[in-house]
Design a protein around this ligand. Structure first.
Ligand SMILES: Nc1ncnc2c1ncn2[C@@H]1O[C@H](COP(=O)(O)OP(=O)(O)O)[C@@H](O)[C@H]1O
Ligand SMILES: [Mg+2]
Length: 503
């Protein structure tokens, strides 16, 4: 079934972003006629590597050879000319156009826009079992059909090396089975399919070859016929020892946050959170471990009043806050470090002092009665910049001009202001440099000693183990296990996170 010819050969690939090494020393060999799984934890560098292979990102180091020939991929057009196509995590289709129109858009030269195009779409659809109907409007299509259309689009453009970045993240199990049937057809026709995932069951079900990435580099390959889920989980999280930072416990008897049987469903009635119960005491850090997309974001948004739970209750102290909205929760003393600092944490074009106000516009020192207190906010921004070592020319600098680590320190400083009782921290040190990471950890630990309750969501297992007083694992919207950070290993967590072990 598999052929020995090499479709893609990446050697020594490196890619740096300001403050982050996204890829270094990456070696990857993809055989033609195979499904090759690229696995790794969130942040391991998978998407960056694939964007390099698709000409979206330019590598700083290394070489790319396709079908034995070294190539320079400066743009996606170069990649497509070399037979490389990519389906992104977020689809790029025009809703108000038909399947056919989406297919030919930007590729009119290939088969025109009429009968020849229609025939080619038929051919692709029939060859791989896509079931595409050329004249249906894309807005009428479900997620799985949109995905098939995206795959068909790259085939239409002549791709024989097809990259799918976390394609199953958006699918329900039956849709995953159907996708895998399509992928097998693609492989059997001699294509190389690159399947990015962190779901180990799926990887073992579909892959011919597996390459594992960790912390920006490829750390090994595995044979899906002989490897276990547990071994893969260990490769993914690494066997390095955590740097245990857990200091003496400061956990008190006073419960600050309680969730009782919280459930949340999406618009189709599928459960995003099921029966989530937890409590966090003052002086306690509760860490949540989980593979991204298992309900962490929904949990945070539910606590923060951005989503309304379908069942269950949330208490802050003794107050029932289940139906409170975000502003009231913030005013009651919840600090929030959001997962995506660019979308939810900062106004990039606004100066630092205006960013100090963001989300806290009704609170001192930013407000005086109904008015914004400009000088109060400016003065307090000076304080944050000094206390949190935010390296910036001044408080009138736009947030965009700061490095990721300094942006994050500003957010942490803002969210710790006014002595919150509870801090919700989503990936507080993701993408920041080592110095800023240590500084952020110190601030969180200091606040914990002073009685702050913290909900810490992180993909960095060393961070979770080092900081947390208790760790719970979330899997498919349920809390499935509780672990003591003093004794748990990243391997144990990795196994529980992927359902590799009954916890
Ligand atoms: N455009 C970018 N600018 C800055 N940092 C980035 C960019 N893209 C990715 N990163 C960082 O590179 C690292 C690897 O990210 P990514 O390749 O998306 O990982 P994965 O797909 O395995 O989750 C992360 O720390 C991420 O924050
Ligand atoms: Mg990714």
């Amino acid at each position: 079934m598999t052929q020995e010819s090499v479709a893609v050969e990446l050697r020594g690939i490196g890619k740096r972003f300001p403050g982050v090494i996204a890829n270094h020393d990456v070696d990857l060999t993809i055989r033609a006629g195979t499904v090759h799984a690229l696995i790794g934890e969130n942040g391991a560098g998978k998407s960056t590597l694939m964007k390099i292979l698709y000409g979206v990102q330019k590598p700083d180091d290394g070489t790319i050879a396709i079908n034995g020939r070294e190539v320079a991929l400066r743009t996606p057009t170069d990649a497509i000319a070399n037979g490389v196509g990519m389906v992104f995590q977020h689809f790029m289709l025009a809703d108000n156009l038909t399947v056919l129109e989406n297919m030919v858009l930007g590729a009119e030269k290939l088969h025109g826009i009429g009968d020849r195009a229609r025939a080619e779409i038929r051919r692709i659809s029939d060859a791989f079992g896509f079931g595409l109907q050329p004249d249906v409007l894309v807005e009428k299509l479900g997620v799985a059909d949109r995905q098939r259309l995206e795959i068909a689009k790259v085939l239409y453009r002549g791709a024989c090396i097809i990259i799918l970045d976390e394609p199953t993240a958006v699918l329900v199990p039956q849709e995953v089975d159907a996708l895998f049937a399509n992928l097998r057809e693609l492989r059997n026709a001699g294509n190389a399919v690159l399947f990015i995932s962190h779901k180990l069951d799926e990887v073992l079900a579909i892959a011919d070859d597996i390459t594992v990435m960790r912390r920006g580099t490829t750390v090994g390959t595995a044979d899906p016929h002989t490897t276990t889920k547990r071994e893969l989980a260990e490769l993914m999280v690494g066997s390095e020892l955590p740097s245990p930072e857990t200091e003496e416990s400061t956990v008190t008897d006073t419960v600050e946050l309680t969730l009782a049987n919280v459930t949340l469903a999406d618009e189709f009635g599928r459960n995003l959170l099921t029966d989530v119960s937890l409590s966090i005491h003052r002086g306690e850090i509760l860490g949540i471990a989980g593979v991204e997309g298992n309900g962490q974001a929904e949990l945070v948004e539910t606590i923060m009043g951005m989503r309304i739970p379908g069942g269950g209750t949330i208490h802050l102290g003794t107050e029932d806050v289940t139906h409170w909205h975000t502003r009231k929760l913030r005013e009651a003393g919840i600090g929030y470090i959001p997962e995506d600092r660019h979308r939810h944490g900062l106004l990039l074009d606004a100066p630092l002092w205006e960013n100090r106000i963001l989300g806290h516009q009704t609170q001192a020192p930013n407000a005086k009665g109904p008015w914004i207190n400009r000088s109060g906010a400016r003065k307090d921004t000076q304080r944050i910049v000094a206390e949190y070592d935010v390296r910036a020319p001044g408080i009138d600098t736009p947030a965009r001009a700061l490095s990721g680590g300094n942006q994050q320190k500003l957010i942490v400083g803002r969210e710790m202001s006014g002595d919150p009782v509870l801090l919700i921290a989503s990936h507080p040190t993701r993408g920041v440099d080592v110095g800023a990471q240590a500084a952020i950890w110190d601030h969180i630990k200091r606040a914990r000693r002073a009685g702050l309750a913290v909900l810490l969501i992180s993909a960095d297992l060393d961070e979770l183990i080092g900081l947390s007083d208790t760790i719970q694992v979330i899997l498919r919207g349920r809390l499935v296990g509780t672990f003591d950070p003093a004794s748990v290993t990243p391997q144990d967590l990795g196994a529980a996170m992927t359902g590799g072990q009954a916890a």
